[in-house]
Design a protein. Structure first.
Length: 95
């Protein structure tokens, strides 16, 4: 399964928490939204769509991720995960 995490315009309003990281990398409980999804689902590839000011640093930190690449998104079926969605494990498992 391919997964893409994305932010929306409201994510920037979560400052100062989102000044240096995307909304899906804020810890909520024990894990971030990204970590929770990647640990629960059988993800073969993942990408992110985030603010351009974070893109270069994020790509360096996670070289396996496709960062702001629409060509990657168009390459196959992909589950889109909203960055502010605090999902529970049971909901993820039902996907």
């Amino acid at each position: 399964m391919r997964v893409a995490f994305f932010e929306d315009a409201i994510s920037g309003q979560l400052a100062p928490l989102t000044m240096l990281r995307p909304a899906f990398d804020i810890t909520c409980g024990q894990f971030t939204v990204r970590e929770r999804v990647l640990r629960t689902l059988h993800v073969t590839a993942w990408g992110v769509f985030l603010r351009s000011c974070l893109a270069e640093t994020y790509q360096e930190q996670y070289p396996e991720a496709a960062v702001n690449r629409f060509d990657w998104l168009e390459a196959g079926p992909t589950l889109l995960v909203h960055g502010r969605w605090c999902c529970d494990i049971d909901t993820l498992r039902s996907i």
